[in-house]
Ligand binder design. Sequence first.
Ligand code: PRT
Ligand code: ZN
Length: 297
Amino acid sequence: MADFCVFMDKLNQQTLKVAIQKQGRLSDGSVDLLRKCGIGFSNGMGKLKSSAANFPLEIYFLRDDDIPEYVADGVADVGIVGENVLAETQSKLSVVERLGFGKCRMVLALPKDRHYSSITDVAGMRVATSYPRILQRFFDANGVSAEIHAISGSVEIAPSIGLADAVCDLVSSGSTLFSNGLREVETVMCSEAVLVSRPDLSPELKTVFEKLLFRIRSVKAARQNKYILLNAPIESLDSITEILPGINSPTITPLADDGWISLQAVIEEADFWEKVDSLKAAGAEGILVLSIDQLIR
Ligand code: PRT
Ligand code: ZN
């Protein structure tokens, strides 16, 4: 009977279709996020679609530029895509969650020996980019009139081959601009991978999506925190608990050594090193730091 109920539950549960980038800078991060959510699936080469073994999810592997449209059209229910792609495709989809990977900036860059003092210097220039709409909006917002050349790739070589005076492209480390003799002069937008959803999910699919979102938020929270264990003399307890408020107050256990205690807490990664320095100064020893897989609040 129990088996029959599990079978009926599964039958009633609808499958949520998620679109992720097939191959590129967001694909590893997207696959890793879903796996960390405990979702098992295969993503072998050439696969266009995969069904999760243990969650009502079907994963579609697509080109990043197509994801907003597939989600808007209802081919997929939700998607993981760069904010830059959403902005360029002028998608009306709303961002449900920022995912913290695929971070980059879209910048305006000039040959490094070209004079630049303000955005008005770009007036009349030819600017090569794969993001003409975002760039046009940026120029409009700044009251600049320039000639935009839309090209689909290798934007960074456009000035050296005489195709453009400037470029507008994504950067992460900045090494591509540097090795092409370009210098960043303005930030046009900041971007990261985001989770988008179509607005009209059925109540059944909404329930599945909320389960997925809960897991994603737990993985994100885990990434932003560390688990810390340390030993300290009992006299340091007050100063150490002040440094270690964590999510809850720290767990404190006595050690076999008289006068010593062990403390455990979850701390935020952002100010992690400052905290470690303060803990050492307060007498902490044998500090052990562990990554967290999921943090359920
Ligand atoms: O085939 P498909 O259309 O799916 O992929 P794609 O080639 O269009 O996109 P892809 O994989 O290059 O990028 C996917 C998404 O990753 C982008 O839309 C951004 O949201 C994000 N992302 C993050 C980046 C970068 N960082 C990035 N550095 N996308 C591109 N770049 C490129 C940039 O265009 C430049 O050529 O990397 C180069 C510069 O890198 P640095 O490290 O030298 O500054
Ligand atoms: Zn693309």
